[in-house]
Design a protein around this ligand. Sequence first.
Ligand code: CA
Length: 429
Amino acid sequence: MNPTNDPSLTSWVASAQGSEFPIQNLPWGIFSTEGDERRRAGIRIGDRVLDLDALQAAGLLDPGLPAGVFATGTLNAFIALGRPVWSAVRARVSELLRAEVATLADDPVLRTRALVPVEAAEMHLAIAVGGYTDFYSSREHATNVGRMFRPDGEPLLPNWLHIPIGYNGRASTVVVSGTPVRRPLGQTKAPSASAPSFGACRKLDFELEMAAVVGRANPMGEVMSVEEADAAIFGWALFDDWSARDIQAWEYVPLGPFQAKVFATSIGAWIVTAEALEPFRVDGPAQDPEPLPYLRQPGRMNLDVELEVAIRPKGGSEATVIARTNFAHMYWSTAQQLAHHAVCGCAMEVGDLIGSGTISGPTPDSFGSLLELTWNGAKPLTLADGSTRTFLEDGDTVIITGRARRGGITIGFGVCEGEVLPAPVRTGW
Ligand code: CA
């Protein structure tokens, strides 16, 4: 076992013990504070954010790290240093935070400067996202959508069990958790209508996903094996691929989703590293037919991460949990998705995002979208305040949380949330 994952480790940061951010987690984010507007790299420990730039300035990190690498505004420059550096910095931070290590614990001035209370840290998008690709890799989700959108055909199209199906999303509208999301305008046409119409989306939805951050560039024209792709992943964050179902249903044939998906995609502020998630690797569902050789997995490449979605109505203090599922259900793993993406010669950049696709489980209370939970509006959900939902209403906040648990240790991902704002008002086109 990697020593940083040892469940017996404890930290002198008292709030870490028993929290979702124990010393075994150490997720990365980008933050600023009221007194220091620079966006810099932080690692979450308990209810504190550890300022990596302050640690570096104090000479507590490897002197071989490039000066200022934690204060460039995103994590890309650090991630580009490669897996051995990610691992060495994690090992050093784990050491500095360990209960029996006094270096930082017994330096009150530096400790105050380097450990920021989480409520004083404003979180920012941690990555400069060059490319964002979203997959469609939950068999349960693809089957449910197939049944609704193509009721007369086979729910899974013939390629689905052979290819991790995906499309190129829009990096420019990836936003950090907490950013409000405006209801999109668009063109729709109900099957019974004789002509399309234009207006505010009436079937606004979320998609419960995880996003992997690509940590190693792959030059154009070169390929990666599944094993190499697995080693190229820096970590994972919670992800909400907001979707406009009425726009999607009218536009998606023949080239797939376009406007229905590009108005907003939210990502959690914290990226949990692949190293922290090592103890949570599990086998995915059996793949039958066996994938072609370039997609075969040499080991366990799914992750046991419990996921939950809740809706909090406008002005209401109580959020209602509407679905619980697990990342382990995915038919195609992130490593298979990335290997497939690169195999044609597509260049991959550090900071590219690989969206898992909606994560639905086998039971109706484990579906990862309202489209499935309400069966396209036919079965409304009732929230704690007594109101019902088929799709999202203005003022609703969608709240995604996730955690991996084993041996008394919980590795939390924080939250990925966003409030729905009304559509723009414009007349006179
Ligand atoms: Ca999606």
